[in-house]
Write a new protein. Sequence first.
Length: 236
Amino acid sequence: MTFTSPTFVLVPGAWQGGWAWQPVARRLREAGHAAVTITLPGLADGDERAGLRLSDAVDHVVTEVERRDLSEVVLVGQSWGGYVITGAAHELAGRLAEVVYYNAVVPARGAAMVDENAEYAGLIRAAIEASPDGTIGMAREQVPSFMPEADEGAQDLFFELLVPQPGGYFLDALDVDDVTGLGVPAGYILSEDDRTLARPGAEFAARIGLTPVMVSGGHESMLTRPDEVTEALLKI
């Protein structure tokens, strides 16, 4: 019997590029696995962001996996990236070994990211509408809630690397069901101190019948606790 080692395809959350996954990707490679970090359209420095839709992000992941002719893919998405991997999984099911949500939204069919948090939905929509290119940024004062375990210098660096998020990525919904009907295993990894999700991560995991695998740290623990996140990915 021939065993094919999985390839980890790592999709970041809002405002971030593939750089956010580099510490984990390096550790996965050191453990003998292939790892691909994805930077979605509009989330690289200097990218054009106006007019981008959620379907553009989904299509980008599908294209990258098909272009590289990857198989036995462990498709991992952080935060808002849960939308992207859910959409992509429906196009790539035959190439997937597993779908893993990490501190992520498990989207409900027809519900946009902005709809997951009714308290702030109006403010988010207004900010996107007021932006000349239809984007929304993160304020520096929000960073400590994303990285409570990081010192101020690390938080400053993280903030400097962020780019505006295309508004369509938050406003669009998926017209697909969750991944449970695809015949592909799924997992959920949750950081103990993550307080940034619109609802408790365990509730998102429960949408696909899962109990989260816990790691320490906050929402960005792939940067602050890469050893633990890597270990969880290898065990889940």
